[in-house]
Design a protein around this ligand. Structure first.
Ligand code: NAD
Ligand code: UD1
Length: 307
């Protein structure tokens, strides 16, 4: 059994990862500045350090006694990166470089979170790791840069790194109240309250939605075999859903009879996004287990209980 640092462990994905690590018998240390995360998301037996991963001394302290790091702390909102370029850049890059720097001396393995946003305006689907990244947003550019630093970490400092390029993750604990949250939690929050919700643009833009428990399995499997290299993997289902189709399904599941509004398309919004997970399947035998409608039902049940 090992001790793992989970940065961003009070957030949506990080807290599910922390739960699963503890269930598997590991010790978990969390570093989180609570900018979007909440302490109540963290498992009770985890050690929680409240601090900013942009500060190298904070990161160095959090690395004491760990065997490996899962790095998830970031400003996860593409929209926020449009509004606050320099501020989000600081978190999304500097914190990542701090993590690699802290891992350097003992060459500790790091599994870090990139994003499908690195693909940007590719039109040929499905998106595959062999394609050259073409980010459209500061968020996507910073995540691509994390991958480049992940490569430096291995090639020059022999820190084993694995980068996950998650597509659109959803599930319980994705904050329904934040305007910067994911589309599913925003729609669900509005629909369950019987309030109007808004589609940005024509709703024909597509996404590949992955249930949170599926990505947690990926993170854990990547860490379990991480002793060399700097590979980067899509984490996706290979199923493409338009935002309008998503809205139709969710309206049905919520029995929603309210209004659907249409607003302007979001700046730098990818028009299509669906990936192939062949590389990840080859590496860890990954097969996504939760179909969209089932994952939506879990998410809606959680929200009904929370609300
Ligand atoms: P989230 O906002 O719920 O989690 C991010 C966590 O990081 C929060 O708890 C926040 O408080 C913390 N954090 C932010 N800045 C920090 C800092 N400077 N120091 C310490 N902690 C800090 O978002 P999430 O959806 O759980 O995203 C987790 C990771 O996965 C992020 O790196 C995000 O970019 C990436 N990702 C998410 C998705 C998705 O669809 N949700 C898809 C691809 C990649
Ligand atoms: C999401 C993640 C990002 C991740 C990326 C990977 C969040 C907040 N963002 O970005 O961290 O790296 O996937 O693919 O989880 N939309 C509406 N109405 C709304 C909200 C959104 O129509 O009220 C639309 C958006 O314009 C977009 C789509 O829904 O076309 C998805 O938006 P969003 O959930 O913010 O995700 P991404 O931008 O794809």
């Amino acid at each position: 059994m090992a001790t793992y640092l989970v940065t961003g462990g009070c957030g949506f994905i990080g807290s599910h990862l922390a739960d699963n690590l503890i269930e598997a018998g590991h010790r978990v240390v969390i570093l989180d500045d609570l900018s979007t995360g909440k302490t109540e998301n963290a498992p009770k037996s985890a050690e929680v350090i409240i601090g900013d991963a942009v500060d190298p001394t904070v990161v160095e302290k959090a690395f004491k006694g760990i065997d490996g790091c899962f790095h998830l702390a970031a400003v996860a909102s593409v929209e926020r990166s449009n509004e606050a370029w320099a501020e989000t850049h600081k978190v999304n890059i500097t914190a990542t470089v701090n993590i690699f720097e802290a891992a350097k001396e003992k060459k500790l393995p790091v599994v870090y979170t990139s994003s499908a946003a690195v693909y940007g305006d590719h039109t040929e689907m499905p998106l595959s790791e062999s394609m050259m990244p073409r980010p459209l947003t500061a968020y996507g550019a910073d995540k691509y840069s994390c991958e480049l630093h992940g490569r430096v970490a291995w090639m020059t400092h022999q820190i084993p790194t694995a980068g996950a390029r998650p597509f659109n993750i959803y599930g319980p604990r994705q904050d329904p109240k934040s305007p910067y949250s994911g589309v599913i939690s925003i729609f669900a929050d509005r629909m369950l309250a019987g309030k109007p919700y808004r589609i940005n643009g024509d709703g024909k833009q597509t996404r590949d939605f992955v249930y949170v428990q599926d990505i947690v399995r990926v993170f854990m499997a990547l860490m379990a075999q991480l002793d060399e290299g700097c590979a980067v993997y899509n984490v996706c289902t290979g199923k493409e859903t338009s935002i309008a189709q998503l809205a139709d399904t969710m309206e049905r599941l919520c029995d929603y009879k309210g209004e659907r509004e249409y607003g302007p398309a979001r700046l730098g919004d990818a028009r299509a996004s669906v990936g192939t997970n062949a590389l990840l399947k080859e590496a860890i035998g990954f097969v996504p287990q939760t179909p969209l409608e089932e994952g939506l039902k879990h998410t809606l049940n959680w929200l009904r209980q929370e609300g």
